[in-house]
Design a protein around this ligand. Structure first.
Ligand SMILES: Cc1cc2nc3c(=O)[nH]c(=O)nc-3n(C[C@H](O)[C@H](O)[C@H](O)COP(=O)(O)OP(=O)(O)OC[C@H]3O[C@@H](n4cnc5c(N)ncnc54)[C@H](O)[C@@H]3O)c2cc1C
Length: 730
């Protein structure tokens, strides 16, 4: 018998904007029972709008002004799916994403910001748009060196004369001037602000405008008013009335616009396409939908700024944590006046409050203090304690999930059952029945993981890639698979959804490998777990056993090491989500092609590198082959960030056990001081193959051409003490 709060309500947050980070923080401080939180966000680092101008001016480092959603989601117990929502199916209750299965919700909340309106400007692709900020920063990094290398004046045009456009002009001016000064160049930087209005900052008082005009004049930033930009070319901006300005780079910072796909959702939208909400931040047309920040539209309308998005955070968090009700929802009442602190680029700022305007370095210091305090709230959040478990769940009957639910989910998957599958998923029975190809031997393996990723779809893909590896490493072709699933206690709809996501991921990988899922077992438990038992077939005389090493063979590793340290670091909140990406990509690379290449070039023995680490698995080979191998630690391909983590003592829990086992196969007196990476347990690691030395270069070229971009020769089989490994520079 086990106890748990079953998941009763699926709350999906789309976008990690200023409001949702507060929802995550409040869930991290106290997790509501029964609500499962999923965050879908296109970007994992949310730029804090208040500090963005300061970042562009060069006053802040990237991490000082970006909230890393990954540790925040982890602390909140939220699953983080990095994806770009592109649609909403209200009738099915699902958020649509282009690169993963759609995500089911009971309640969905949008905080996806806005982008500058560009549709009316032809050739806008020749310009940079200030939002999405990540895309802008990427493009700016590419453009900036060219600007700095120009042997003449630099011309920058900003289209848009609102607060964002004006701050941008001042900050980019400061940035480029500072860079020229540092390079002892005297090039002028001519920044232009182009607005279709009669003045800049029309939502602020005349006093504020006067101060900003003065600040702009001091920097020779020209303001072109009453100019509607309708066309942008590579090196020029054109207006409706024959206006033309030559530019080296143009940035669009016009008024906010909403993504077009919202039009197809059936939600009530305002004229500009933003989601209409009431003062509870709830869609006026669908009570399951909430919206906050720029994407929300209120009546009367509010300015699109980060201040409101921030203020909506506590309100939304309070409402969402009481889902599905019945408590009355919190109400958002915007303050009549907001204090705006507008940066002038040079650690000076103007405070705007109603008719008042004050300016000075002290205003910038005040702004900096307020902004730092906001950022501090989202840094170094501790992992919340898992909610107390209460409802009693029976774990008998293998803790199976209901048959109807299973049948419903399985019926959604295409099954490619050929004549060799006598009984599979299509005609289910007590067990799967398959007919082996004549003359072949069966190669069978099983792998099982507790969840190490918060995205079940991704877990399914990685776990399937990992499970198939054993079969490839034996020189066999995988044919069929049985799935072993443990789903966290939840109501049926949630169980079905988890299973769907998991199997979708696994099936995608299995089908790409031409492997048929023929059965499995699904039960409930305290956490998600997934495994596959795979059966493959091979010619008996072509099996790649561990006993085939020959002296002179070159040892080739097909994938970089480091997944153990990186996953451990990520779970401890020490690895940023973006830095985990190379590890995820590596775990998703199938070893199928690599195995074929190794076989084609006369591999003498092969294994896949997994939980025992490189040396543990090589230890098995040298023992079985009675051979001696030398590994050159300098030749080992390593995933970015893994070595630094190991140096800092961040290791997988399996790591110490792998080191303890080293005595069995390492040559006595080997210095293991800097060999940590060689004991790092791998998830879905590469193949370690021994190849006749004459073919080694050809094999590495072929591997690199076929997806194993980091394949490398890492050692040799030499005459020496049999069953032992030594570490040497080769
Ligand atoms: C240069 C500049 C300076 C500014 N300075 C200030 C200022 O000083 N003070 C101020 O109050 N306001 C300022 N603003 C305005 C401010 O940036 C926005 O009002 C604010 O960012 C809106 O916050 P948000 O929470 O709505 O969305 P955002 O903070 O923009 O967050 C949106 C989130 O949603 C994600 N996302 C977007 N689309 C999708 C999708 N389809 N699927 C999944 N995820 C998605 C993004 O990755 C991001 O995580 C400035 C704007 C600019 C351009």
């Amino acid at each position: 018998m086990k106890q748990s709060h079953p998941i009763a309500h699926d709350l999906v947050l789309v976008g990690g904007g200023h409001t949702h980070v507060e929802v995550l923080r409040q869930f991290a401080m106290r997790r509501p029972d029964g609500i499962r939180l999923t965050l879908i966000s296109r970007d994992i680092e949310t730029p804090y709008s208040g500090m963005l101008p300061g970042y562009l001016a060069g006053h802040y480092r990237f991490e000082e002004c970006h909230v890393d959603l990954s540790p925040l989601a982890m602390a909140a117990g939220a699953r983080l799916y990095q994806s770009n929502a592109v649609g909403l199916d209200l009738s099915a209750g699902r958020v649509l994403c282009p690169d993963r299965p759609s995500v089911a919700f009971d309640t969905v909340s949008f905080d996806i910001g806005s982008t500058p309106a560009r549709a009316a400007i032809s050739g806008h692709e020749h310009a940079l748009a200030i939002k999405p900020v990540h895309a802008f920063l990427d493009q700016w990094r590419r453009v900036e060196p060219g600007l700095l290398a120009l042997g003449r004046e630099v011309e920058i045009a900003i289209v848009g004369g609102g607060t964002g456009g004006v701050e941008l002009a001042l900050c980019l001016h400061h940035r480029i001037r500072t860079a020229f000064k540092a390079a002892q160049k005297s090039n002028r930087v001519n920044v232009h602000i182009i607005t279709d209005k009669a003045d800049i900052l029309t939502t602020h008082s005349a006093a504020v405008r006067r101060r900003l005009h003065a600040a702009l004049r001091r920097k020779n930033i020209r303001v072109h008013t009453g100019q509607t930009v309708d066309c942008i070319q590579q090196n020029a901006v054109h207006g409706l009335d024959g206006f033309r300005l030559g530019t080296d780079v143009t940035v669009i910072a016009t008024h906010a616009s909403a993504p077009g796909w919202l039009q197809d959702t059936g939600l009530a939208l305002d004229d500009a396409g933003f989601i209409r909400v009431n003062n509870q931040l709830r869609s006026v047309s669908d009570p399951r939908v909430f919206a906050a920040g720029d994407i929300a539209s209120f009546n009367p309308s509010l300015a699109k700024n980060g201040v409101y998005a921030v203020r909506q955070g506590p309100v939304l968090a309070q409402t969402l944590r009481t889902l599905p009700g019945p408590k009355p929802a919190e109400v958002f009442s915007p303050q009549k006046r907001t204090l705006a602190l507008i940066s002038t680029g040079d650690r000076n700022a103007i405070a705007s409050y109603g008719p008042l305007a004050v300016q000075g370095a002290w205003v910038w210091r005040l702004k900096n203090w307020i902004d730092q305090r906001w950022m501090d709230k989202y840094r170094s959040l501790k992992m919340g304690s898992t909610s107390e478990m209460s409802a009693m769940r029976c774990g008998g009957c293998g803790a199976k999930v209901p048959a109807d639910l299973l049948g419903q989910v399985l019926s959604e998957f295409q099954t490619d059952e050929d004549d060799d599958i006598l009984i599979g998923l299509r005609a289910s029975d007590d067990a799967a029945v398959t007919r082996p190809p004549p003359g072949k031997v069966a190669v069978q393996t099983v792998d099982h993981f507790r969840t190490f990723m918060d995205d079940p779809y991704l877990l399914g893909r990685v776990a399937a890639t990992h499970a198939l590896s054993d079969v490839y490493a034996m020189g066999a072709d995988p044919s069929t698979a049985l799935a072993l699933v443990t789903l966290p206690f939840a109501k049926e709809a949630v169980l079905a959804e988890d299973l769907r996501q998991l199997l979708h991921g696994a099936q995608e990988t299995l089908r790409a490998a031409e492997v048929r899922l023929v059965g499995g077992h699904t039960g409930e438990g305290q956490e998600l777990a997934f495994g596959l038992s795979v059966t493959g077939y091979a010619d008996e005389d072509k099996l790649m056993k561990k006993s085939g090493l020959h002296a002179g063979d070159v040892l080739i590793l097909t994938k970089p090491l480091g997944t153990g340290a990186l996953l451990a670091g990520w779970m401890q909140g020490r690895v940023r989500h973006d830095d985990l990406k190379p590890a995820i990509q590596s775990m998703l690379i199938s070893n199928r092609q690599a195995a074929r290449i190794l076989v084609a070039h006369g591999v003498s023995t092969c294994t896949d590198v997994t939980g025992f680490g490189l040396l543990g698995h090589l230890g098995e080979i040298v023992t079985a082959s009675n051979a001696h191998a030398v590994i050159d630690p300098h030749c080992i391909p390593i995933l970015p960030g893994a070595a630094a983590l190991l140096r800092d003592g961040v290791k997988s829990t399996l790591h110490p056990g792998n080191i303890d086992a080293a005595g069995r196969y390492m040559k006595a007196d080997t210095d293991l001081a800097n060999a940590d990476i060689l004991f790092d347990p791998q998830t879905s690691g590469g193949l370690l193959g021994a190849i006749p030395s004459a073919s080694a270069d050809k094999v590495i070229d072929a591997l690199r051409l076929n997806g194993a971009h980091h394949a490398a020769a890492i050692g040799r089989v030499t005459e020496g003490e049999s069953g032992r490994i030594s570490l040497e520079r080769l």
